[in-house]
Design a protein around this ligand. Structure first.
Ligand SMILES: Cc1cc2nc3c(=O)[nH]c(=O)nc-3n(C[C@H](O)[C@H](O)[C@H](O)COP(=O)(O)OP(=O)(O)OC[C@H]3O[C@@H](n4cnc5c(N)ncnc54)[C@H](O)[C@@H]3O)c2cc1C
Length: 439
């Protein structure tokens, strides 16, 4: 029997579960399809993600994460310890987010999406599930992570992460990251989970396949002299987990009626620690796109909004990653480091603006997408659409003809804009810079 929804979400990791819950909370009939197979593992969760979860009333999901823990770093001559990220038990975290989605009215189907049988921007999607049922929906959010299929992939040097939970060694609580000639290592220990060891090597730097090959590669990595026996382990509790970990842009254009989010749109190098933030923030940004589309808004707005965020995130993360790898000048001659320090180019990671101007962009306004003028200044190279809740164009007009609120006046003053824009506003096409963060 076919069931029709407004939105089907394929994949109940952080991006999909969070998006499904947010959509259901706006009254959209949503189904979430996920096989519930997250392997136990530890990851770092930054304060920006913790803040969004608290804001959205997701304290229960945050229970799957520790308080911020000590982080030590051995990278590019640095040898320091600081307050660091929280450690999140991903299987508990994902399950808590799916439970929150269910409690907000999402229909949760514990199975896989086997095949997209029909995808038409006018009439929606028909999905064949692994349990034999067919689900139809007006839109499909693809949140299948790195497993999402893509016809148009763009990627840099590919990294393979091999990781496991130690069975015979208890590491100090907190996290440790360290550069080595063969790649880098991340270790983490959290009282409820135990000790986790993750190595990141070049994807081509593995001989053979299967558990024996992974165990042998882990052994040779940990045998590097610089460790001096610090990771002298005899084994792991479960099978080692091997995961692709390089930066990938899977869907640069919005393939309506499908909206990719999280890793299914851009999968980020774990060195950045930005993956969970991107998963959650791209899920949040999907909500105004979905509302706009379901209400018959212009699909071109959604396509431009999507492209700007996704393509901008890919290139920014590519260059941020490159700069991290370049810091390790002493290892620059080793193939792992040479390839990553050279890709993608020599451009700056962040947008730079040397003038002040208005640009036409698609922004989020009242949880819908609208075209608005965005102000670019040297202090705001990524653009500002609203100041103190006022559209920036209205504020500039008001500064000439009326009296803007004191806080907005202070903002204008800090940008030298009390008497309006210096020159004629100039409209230029959208660039790769990120628009105002909607998260
Ligand atoms: C080795 C490694 C270490 C990392 N460490 C960190 C870190 O410390 N901090 C950080 O912020 N980020 C880290 N990341 C990135 C982070 O894991 C991802 O960015 C994040 O999980 C993306 O969330 P997602 O929901 O988009 O995808 P995923 O978490 O991959 O979720 C995808 C979901 O889709 C489901 N699925 C797959 N196929 C189907 C199907 N056919 N039908 C239905 N469901 C399906 C899967 O079961 C899964 O539940 C790391 C990544 C790697 C590879």
């Amino acid at each position: 029997m076919a069931t029709c929804f407004d939105v089907a979400v394929a994949g109940g990791g952080p991006a999909g579960a969070f998006a499904a819950r947010e959509l259901a909370r706006t009254g959209i009939r949503t189904v979430l399809i996920d096989p519930d197979t997250t392997r136990p593992r530890l990851e770092g969760l930054g304060e920006r993600v913790a803040h969004i979860l608290k804001q959205k009333g997701l304290e229960d999901a945050l229970q799957a994460a520790s308080a911020p823990m000590r982080r030590s770093v051995r990278w590019a001559g640095l040898n320091e310890t600081a307050n660091g990220e929280r450690l999140v038990r991903r299987h508990d975290f994902d399950a808590a987010l799916r439970k929150a989605a269910l409690e907000s009215g999402v229909i949760v189907r514990t199975t896989r999406l086997r095949r997209i049988e029909k995808a038409n921007p006018e009439t929606g999607v028909a999905l064949r599930l692994a349990d034999g049922e067919t689900v139809t929906a007006r839109l499909l959010i693809d949140a299948r992570g790195r497993q999402a299929p893509s016809a148009n992939r763009q990627k840099g040097p590919q990294t393979l992460a091999i990781a496991g939970r130690l069975s015979d060694l208890t590491l100090p609580s907190g996290t440790h990251v360290e550069a080595t000639p063969q790649g880098w290592i991340w270790s983490a220990a959290e009282p409820e989970f135990g000790s986790w060891l993750q190595i990141c090597i070049d994807a081509d730097d593995l001989t053979g396949s299967g558990q024996d090959a992974l165990a042998e590669r882990m052994r040779t990595f940990l045998a590097q002299p610089q460790f001096d026996g610090r990771f002298d382990t005899r084994g792991f509790q479960d099978d080692l987990l091997a995961r692709p970990a390089g930066l990938v842009l899977s869907a640069p254009e919005l393939p309506l009626p499908i909206l990719p989010i999280g890793d299914a749109a851009v999968a980020i190098d774990p060195l950045s620690g930005h993956g969970l933030f991107w998963a959650i923030s791209s899920a949040l940004a999907a909500v105004p796109s979905v509302l706009t589309l379901l209400e018959g808004g212009d699909p071109d707005l959604a396509a431009r909004f999507y492209r700007h965020r996704v393509v901008g995130t890919f290139w920014r993360q590519a260059r941020i990653g490159r700069d991290f790898y370049r810091l390790e000048a002493d290892l620059a001659a080793h193939p792992f480091w040479a390839a990553r320090a050279a890709w993608p180019d020599d451009k700056p990671a962040h947008a730079v603006a040397d003038d002040t101007r208005l640009e036409q962009r698609v922004v989020v306004d009242g949880n819908r997408l609208r075209e608005r003028e965005v102000l670019i200044t040297p202090r705001d190279p990524e653009g500002v659409a609203f100041v103190c809740g006022l559209p920036v164009r209205d504020l500039l007009d008001l500064s000439r003809t009326g009296s803007p609120p004191a806080e907005a006046l202070r903002w204008l003053e800090s940008r030298g804009l009390l008497s309006g824009l210096p020159d004629q506003p100039q409209k230029t096409p959208e660039t790769n810079t990120r628009m105002r963060e909607t998260a």
